[in-house]
Write a protein that binds this ligand. Structure first.
Ligand code: EPS
Length: 392
């Protein structure tokens, strides 16, 4: 069972993280984690902070000579911006931004300045979550499970990957795109959407689609609500700042169509039971079905807007308008690795739940024994039977 915690304020000295439950014997590279942090620093749509930070992880425990030891892994990422904040007189922050955690957080913790809320609710925290998830990604890669994310919508410009090129090519195109969309034309249109929003002194949201390949069938379970893996994935993705909706496969479109066109019909590929399509995003009954997992997270526009919107002054006790502080126009382009990381953590949890094991040898052996959907593996009685409950 993987558990992880993050700590740290957006403009404090550092972000701190601990991940516990990573089995022993897996190669964990700092360079790989740093490459994830770099992907998260794309500056299209960002408000200037990305020019200050150049995130790098320091691994303080649990990985020795690049190999996990089974002990908790402690991580640190320094905030370079701390240098600009540590001796600064902090101006009072008394007007909460609608849509942000400001108002409710101040009420909940009875704080004496709104800044204390925004420092922790800030998406700066996702740098550490990306680093932690990049560890899970490395473990999953050893088992042949890979995760690919891309921007599928910014503002009104939409794009959905449909085997136009290989997923590896898609990753490269995504990384090369200023907005993390693998399609060159859509990419340009999305850039335009962001620059229009900036000109209008406004902000924009969008969506990120994440695909996991190589996931064996039978992870998760239908027997109880809290064992459904699609539900667990929705929860972890929903916990990322700004997310307002999660879609599994083509869930939204499917809800509008007839059942015969939505279900992914079974066909035999030699002995293997395959699906003709993947509208259900790799899940049936809350369990993986051997197809690619596909999830889309929808992000609302950032709450800090250059154009003032209606709010209240918590000191003057009267209606007013928001005051602008440096922020991003659109955070979607740089958010892809955050979603890949979150997905990886939950999938790794499901894999370890299935395989058990404390070290790589045990886990790989058990992983190889996970049933495939070979038709010869099914062993049905094919005879009439009765329900027999002893209590009756
Ligand atoms: C954020 C506001 C901006 C973002 C920040 C998240 O920071 P600042 O207030 O320092 O300009 O750049 O994101 C990051 C620093 C990051 O690393 O992603 C917010 O309010 O959520």
């Amino acid at each position: 069972m993987i558990r992880f915690l993050t700590a740290g304020e957006s403009h404090g000295p550092e972000l701190t993280g601990i991940i516990e439950g990573v089995p022993a014997g897996f190669t964990i590279s700092k360079e790989f984690i740093d490459s994830y942090l770099k992907r998260r620093q794309k500056d299209t749509g960002s408000g200037g902070r990305m020019n200050i930070e150049s995130d790098e992880v320091f691994i303080l425990s649990g990985v020795v000579n690049n190999i996990s030891t089974g002990a908790p892994i402690a991580l640190r990422i320094k905030n370079k911006d701390w240098e600009n904040w540590k001796d600064k007189d902090i101006e009072p922050y008394v007007v909460p931004r609608p849509g942000h955690a400001d108002l409710i957080g101040t009420a909940k913790y009875d704080l004496n300045d709104i800044r204390l809320v925004l420092e922790r609710s800030s998406a700066r925290e996702t740098a550490m979550r990306s680093a932690i998830g990049a560890i899970a990604i490395q473990v999953l890669e050893t088992m042949g499970i890979s995760i690919y994310g891309y921007v599928s919508c910014i503002g009104k410009v939409e794009y959905r990957y449909s085997d136009d090129f290989s997923l590896d090519q898609m990753r490269k195109l995504t990384d090369d795109s200023p907005v993390s969309c693998p399609d060159a034309d859509k990419s340009k249109e999305m850039e335009k959407e962001i620059s229009n929003a900036r000109k209008k002194k406004d902000t924009l949201g969008g969506s990120i689609t994440t695909i996991a390949t190589g996931v064996p069938p039978t992870l998760g379970s239908y027997v109880h609500w809290d064992k459904k893996l699609d539900a667990k994935l929705a929860r972890i993705l929903m916990s990322i700042q700004s997310v307002k909706a999660i879609e599994v496969g083509d869930g939204i479109e499917s809800s509008k169509n007839y059942g015969t066109s939505v279900q992914d019909q079974y066909v035999l590929n030699e002995k293997e039971i395959k699906k003709e399509s993947n509208n259900l995003g790799g899940f049936e009954g809350g369990m993986t079905n051997g197809e690619n997992i596909e999830l889309t997270a929808y992000l609302k526009p950032i709450s800090t807007t250059l154009t003032p919107i209606k709010s209240v002054n918590l000191v003057e006790k009267e209606e007013t308008e928001t005051v602008y502080e440096r922020s991003d126009t659109c955070a979607v382009p740089r958010a892809v690795p955050i979603f890949e990381s979150a997905m990886a953590l939950e999938i790794l949890n499901a894999v370890l739940n299935k395989t058990g094991g404390d070290n790589k040898k045990e886990i790989i052996k058990n992983f190889e024994n996970i049933p495939s959907l070979n038709i010869d593996e099914f062993d049905l009685d094919n005879k009439v039977w009765k329900f027999g409950y002893e209590s009756e």
